[in-house]
Structures are given as C-alpha cells and as structure tokens.
Design a protein around this ligand. Structure first.
Ligand SMILES: [Zn+2]
Length: 372
C-alpha cells in the first residue's frame, strides 16, 4: 500500500506539472501560489483522500479558487466542464480537483479490494463488497463476508463508477491510477468547432496545443476558438464597454476574435506583410480563415512543414492581439509593418528553438528561409 501511494504520487506530480500550468506565464506571486498548490496543498489532499474523500465544502472552495486563478478574474466566461477537458478535446487540462481526488480514493480502494491480501484488503472487501456485487464487478464466494450496508464514505462509489461508465474496466486496470485516468480522459466528448466534424475538431485542437508552440500562443488559440478573448463584443455583452465596435479607426464592424485575426482590414494588411515568409511553404490562396482560426489547412504538408507554417501563423496572431491591446490600453496606433516586426521576433524564437534542438543545417532545411 505504501509503495502504491508513493509510486502513484510521482505520476500525479507529473500529471499536474505537464497540464495547463505549462501554458500560462505567471508573475512572481502567481508562481508562489503555484508552488504552494503543487508542493503543499495537492499532496496534503491526496494524502487525506487515501482515507476519506475531502469534504464537499473544501472541494467547492478549491475549485472556485483554481478557476479564479486560471481566468485571473471572478468572471468565468466558459463552463468549467469544458476547461477541465484534455487539450485534444477542446479543454485546457485544468485539474478538476474534486474529480481527481474522488478518483484517487476509488482507485486506491479498488486496488486494495482486488489485489491486497493483508488486513487492509479484507477490511475494504468487507465494506465495499456489496457495492461491487450490485455493479456485477465482483462475485462473492461463500467464504467472503461482506456488509449489506456500506459505510458512508463508500456510498458515493457506486454513483461515481456508474456516471463515468467505469464498471466494465478490466480489474487489472485498478492497479494504476494513470491507466484509469487515461481511460476516463479518453471518454470526454470533443468540443466541435463550427462546421467541423468530431475527428477534424480533435485534430484542430491538437494542432492548437502543439507542444512546440509557446504557451502564450497555445493559450491565445484556445481562447480565440472558444470566443473567450476580452474583445469589445464579449465585453459589451457584459455591459463592460459602451460599444461592440472595433477600436480601429475607419472600421465599424463588431470586434470578435475572428475579426481581430482575419476579418479586420488591419489584419489583412498584416497577413499581406507575412506572405513573403509563408510563400516558402504555401500559396496565397491556401492562407484561409480556417487555417488561421482553426488550424485546419488544405495543403499536402509534411508534419514538420505544417509545424513551421503554424509557428508563423501563431506568431502573427500573437502580434495582432498585442497590437490590439496596445491600441485599446495605451491608445497607440501601430502600423502593419511594426506588427509584422513584432511577429518576426516570435518567428525568430521558434527558428532558434529548432537550431538548439537539431542544429542549423536541419533547421534551415525545414524552414527554407532565414527568418527576418
Ligand atoms: Zn476592425
């Protein structure tokens, strides 16, 4: 049991360190909070949930604090169920502490139930036997006593297993939290993008959270696809700004994510500036709304070539959003050439990242040009 606890705790630490934490850039106090969360709070809760699921009140407070930290605001523009999903399903991998702690408790006790021969195993079999028998997960023998009234902390187990459709899992899976967790993660429904089927949406979400992208760009793609960027239209809906119109002079259209990155005449001018670089990999007609907004291209690109295109597109989107914020917050109007120069800085970062990874020759062969 002790071995199980320490082995699983290691995989849980990896799970939390590889999740959405890598997607956000944090100020100093945000980093301190994260350190406290990962080093003190989460391990303590896992230790507690070996014996009892944490109290409901604590779970609600924690979920609220985590959501507030994630959005950096009291307003939550997107349902938590979506944010909790894995990235390839359209979520942000935000840890659903309530679910993970319950799952940890269930995995721990089913591990003891099926595989432990010690007194702890006997205790769990006696108390949990009735629940598992009613779910057809266990057939008792004549020499296995079990209680017909399970203790209070085991009552939720039946509903939990039924809700997550985990009754059909092979008992061997209950040996590892990681295996059970990956089974549950794969059953999350994919958030479909406009006029895209499930499989294409899944591919698009995976591309938007490509591990080689900067965390800033991954976050931007995800927020733009879910329409949760603080654009004028989104703010106007909450009565936080008097007009939903685009802040650019001479543009009277509503400002929403696709407008900032594609429809606005200013965005068109910036994309035109980027064409000399993109021409090494695609034709002008292949630079479409779908490619920019939903990472869904039409060309027969190799994976590395597609990554380069997507890095350039991400850099331009990042620069467009920065330019928009500079205009709104500092009242400074940047010219398209200045925005393209900002994008070039990010493109150069991606290029040098490739040089560090596999050398100059390989990077040049993939990029086909020296980023300006
Ligand atoms: Zn505009």
């Amino acid at each position: 049991m002790r071995y199980f606890f320490f082995a699983e705790r290691k995989s849980l630490t990896l799970f939390f360190s590889g999740g959405w934490f890598s997607a956000v850039s944090l100020p100093f106090f945000g980093g301190l909070f994260l350190f406290f969360l990962r080093s003190v709070l989460i391990p303590s809760l896992f230790y507690l949930s070996v014996v009892f699921p944490p109290p409901r009140r604590v779970q609600i407070i924690l979920a609220r604090k985590l959501a507030r930290f994630f959005w950096r605001s009291n307003l939550e523009p997107l349902a938590r169920d979506i944010v909790y999903k894995p990235r390839y399903s359209g979520g942000m991998n935000l840890p659903d502490l309530r679910f993970v702690l319950h799952l940890y408790f269930v995995v721990m006790h089913l591990h003891l139930f099926f595989f432990d021969k010690s007194r702890a195993g006997c205790f769990v079999r006696y108390n949990l036997g009735f629940v598992l028998r009613s779910l057809s997960m266990w057939s008792p023998s004549n020499v296995s006593p079990f209680a017909f009234t399970p203790p209070a902390c085991y009552v939720f187990v039946k509903k939990f297993l039924l809700d997550r459709q985990m009754c059909s899992l092979d008992p061997i899976a209950w040996k590892s939290f990681k295996v059970v967790f990956s089974f549950v993660s794969s059953s999350f429904p994919v958030s479909t993008l406009p006029s895209m089927a499930v499989e294409r949406s899944r591919a698009a979400w995976s591309a938007m959270s490509h591990p080689r992208l900067l965390g800033l760009h991954r976050d931007l793609h995800w927020r733009a696809a879910h329409e949760v960027l603080p654009t004028r239209r989104a703010l106007h809906r909450r009565s936080l700004t008097p007009s939903p119109a685009c802040p650019r002079e001479g543009c009277s259209a509503e400002e929403y994510a696709a407008h900032v990155f594609w429809d606005c005449p200013f965005a068109t001018a910036v994309w035109r500036r980027s064409l000399p670089c993109l021409h090494h990999h695609l034709q002008e007609e292949q630079l479409t709304y779908r490619l920019v907004m939903h990472a869904s291209g039409m060309g027969p690109w190799q994976p590395e070539q597609w990554r380069v295109i997507w890095c350039i597109v991400s850099s331009v989107k990042g620069a467009l959003w920065d330019a928009r914020n500079i205009l709104v917050l500092r009242r400074e109007v940047l010219r398209p050439v200045a925005v393209w120069r900002m994008a070039c800085k990010a493109v150069g970062d991606y290029y040098h990242q490739d040089i560090r990874r596999k050398g100059l020759q390989w990077a040049t062969s993939v990029w086909l040009f020296d980023p300006p």
